[in-house]
Design a protein around this ligand. Sequence first.
Ligand code: C2R
Length: 352
Amino acid sequence: MKPNVMILLGSASDFKIAEKAIDVFETIGISYDIKVASAHRTHEKVKNIMIECTESGVDVFLGIAGLSAHLPGIMAANTYKPVIGVPVDVKLGGLDALFASVQMPFGAPVATVGIDRGENGALLASQIIGIHDRKVRQKVSTLRTDFFDKVQKDEEKILKKINGSYYSPINLNIQNFKSRSGSENKELNKNQNFDSNNDENKKNSPSISVIAGSYSDMKIAKKTTNFLDKMQISYDISVISPIRYPERFENYLKNTGDVDLYIAITGLSAHVTGAIVAKTEKPVIGVPCPIHLDGIDALFSMVNMPPGVPVATVGIGNGGNAAFLASEMLGIGDKKVMENILGFKSNIDRLQ
Ligand code: C2R
């Protein structure tokens, strides 16, 4: 069986993070291979693996590394398929690896997930494969429902310990909450199924929904839409904040249930990406904007998502790389998009 995903570890010492990813692939039923190859220590091995695996039909790559994590960047430099980076906490709480993975120059994006979040790296890979494979999307949905059940059980456990005189619990309709995650699971989602499986609708829908949290993010959003135009990929762009206009935001998501993926562009506390990924099985790409603190606030709040809700984060202000990554994701199942990226990659030095 040819693997759909290739996992590269910078060192065997990163294996504990890879195990989290392996669990997800085993549960969803996605084939994978795993090798230890370091961009620093065994540079040629990384290059050869990337070139060979890209040609032999691997869809998505996962690079797991700590310290100066150049591994996912070198992987991205040698493929036109999506590369996901999982930074590992070896020193500095993993911040060194996070910055090395996420802050890639235009043309070689690394879809970075949170520090030590191997399971989110694998979930994101599954969501990407799910763009072109409905069965995988349904399995992602079921897995996300399991994350919901865990939260539920954990809550029950801690509540049993509260015995204060003023503790006054309210009985909530849990089924309503349940329907918010795992949106492809029809039985659980009679009312809030934001993702649609209707192929007829899909034909009339843009491929990508680009959401900016505010008009002040539009300069960066323009870089995204400019590149999508170059790649001839259809998109919608809207400015909606889930914090300022919660109802409008929910309605917008309902109306865009047929897109292939979302790109969210937002600064400060980046709740836009979190609000989208909570509602959809589709991949969500996030671009942190430098409104304050040079964008570090947005980067951290975007990338460090809890298990079950990955955000494919690109570098601060790098709207172009968000579109590049989106094109790579769509290119897996769309020959025309793949050829456009390949053409662009081979001309990139002349275009800059
Ligand atoms: P050792 O335990 O082997 O010394 O590795 C590895 O991913 C690991 O987290 C310590 C850390 O070094 C990282 N490493 C990289 C790269 N190669 C190894 N970041 C690379 O090529 O980027």
